[in-house]
Design a protein around this ligand. Structure first.
Ligand SMILES: [Zn+2]
Length: 142
């Protein structure tokens, strides 16, 4: 049985090298959906407690990305923004690729996967930059 929870976070990003407007620093209100599953329910009839999943998502993703600037590791904006936001060095997050919805979804998956309780499986992570544009990763079917 599946369990899905939804979260919202705000962040700035840019896609350096993009031929259009995405190359300029701008922000999104991102929507994150996380689906987990378990073949059995716990004694309370749950896959897992919503609050426990929310805590895992907060620690894995939201605490790091909410109100942060998300950039590729080599983006020169990273050091520039860090220099003027010295009081909040953790608010510039450098990623192993341009901070597209796809890269953020993959990162969220990786960060969440190890934070789930035993017996609970990460099934799907969806990140939408806008109501109509987003990316998803689903666990491969065996
Ligand atoms: Zn964007």
């Amino acid at each position: 049985m599946d369990l899905t929870t939804s979260y919202v976070f705000d962040a700035a990003h840019r896609i350096a090298g993009h031929p259009g407007k995405c190359a300029w620093l701008h922000g999104h209100t991102y929507h994150l959906d996380v689906t987990v599953s378990s073949p059995t329910l716990n004694p309370l009839g749950m896959v897992m407690d919503f609050d426990d999943l929310g805590e895992a998502v907060r620690k894995a993703v939201l605490d790091r990305w909410d109100h942060a600037t998300l950039l590729a590791a080599g983006d020169p904006l990273g050091p520039a923004i860090s220099a003027v936001q010295r009081e909040a060095p953790d608010r510039v997050v450098l990623l192993p690729g341009e901070p597209t919805a796809e890269v953020l979804t993959r990162e969220a998956w990786t960060r969440l996967e190890g934070r789930l309780p035993a017996g609970v499986t990460l099934e799907r992570v969806v990140i939408r930059e806008t109501p109509t544009c987003g990316s998803a990763i689903s666990r491969p079917t065996a």
